[in-house]
Design a protein around this ligand. Structure first.
Ligand code: HEM
Length: 214
């Protein structure tokens, strides 16, 4: 229990900092995404900048909302205080996931690194809703443990952007790869990491036999 509380506090800190960073960077410091766009060379499709930017703003807004709503629903205290809040907040999370994926569907064909990156993003567009819908299906069947586990799997993908940039920086600055290649490696590396880490967490935090009773 203590381990879970420590982990949750770390999660609250990381998420709060990341949401703050994403808002400040994308809406205040670099609203034209000029830094990111400067790496896009040889695009196969013509990019309409105003449309792309507006889609990105919506994308980032709902991405931050998924991170915040998901986090609140992992709080035991909030869950104990109001199941109604947990339910409504959970549906806000679900809708937000679909809006991030929808906007991602528009952004993906223009992604840095070309077709191979675009395929990776489209894989994410399938994986994330699948994991989220599974969590909803299990709670509809009143299977709390399974719901929690699938939510952990789904929530991991709120860290997609953070993970892509961490991995890309590692490959670019640490190993000397070109930016676009590093970004593509970041996408595929994130898919692997964000699928694997929840499995480790689930097994270590909730060993088989330790079940939750409603
Ligand atoms: C939930 C946390 C997320 C945040 C905060 C976020 C934020 C961002 C930001 C700021 C960008 C602009 C470029 C960059 O900094 O990389 C971006 C691009 C993009 N994101 Fe997300 N995103 C998130 C999750 C996702 C997920 C889960 C997907 C896929 C299902 C996705 C798909 C995309 C795509 C396709 C692009 C365009 C990449 C490019 O043009 O190269 N994002 N995102």
């Amino acid at each position: 229990m203590k381990r879970q509380r420590v982990l949750f506090s770390i999660l609250v800190t990381v998420c709060s900092l990341f949401i703050l960073y994403a808002i400040i960077k994308n809406y205040l410091v670099d609203p034209d995404a000029s830094g990111f766009l400067s790496h896009k060379t040889g695009l196969k499709r013509e990019l309409s900048l105003p449309v792309w930017l507006n889609v990105l703003y919506v994308h980032v807004a709902f991405a931050c909302l998924t991170m915040a709503t998901g986090l609140l629903n992992f709080s035991n205290r909030i869950f104990r205080q109001s199941r109604r809040f947990h339910r409504i907040n959970g549906y806000v999370y679900l809708v937000s996931v679909f809006l991030v994926v929808l906007t991602s569907g528009y952004l993906a064909p223009y992604s840095t690194g070309g077709k191979i990156s675009s395929i990776g993003f489209n894989a994410l567009n399938l994986i994330w809703p699948f994991l989220t819908v599974m969590a909803v299906i299990w709670i509809r069947k009143k299977q709390i443990d399974r719901h929690r586990n699938w939510m952990i799997r789904s929530y991991a993908f709120c860290f997609t952007n953070l993970s892509i940039h961490l991995l890309a920086s590692l490959f670019q600055y640490g190993l000397g790869f070109d930016y676009a290649v590093s970004y593509t490696i970041g996408i595929y590396g994130s898919i692997i990491l964000l699928l694997a880490i929840p499995e480790v967490l689930i097994r270590s935090l909730f060993p088989v036999g330790k079940t939750i009773h409603p």
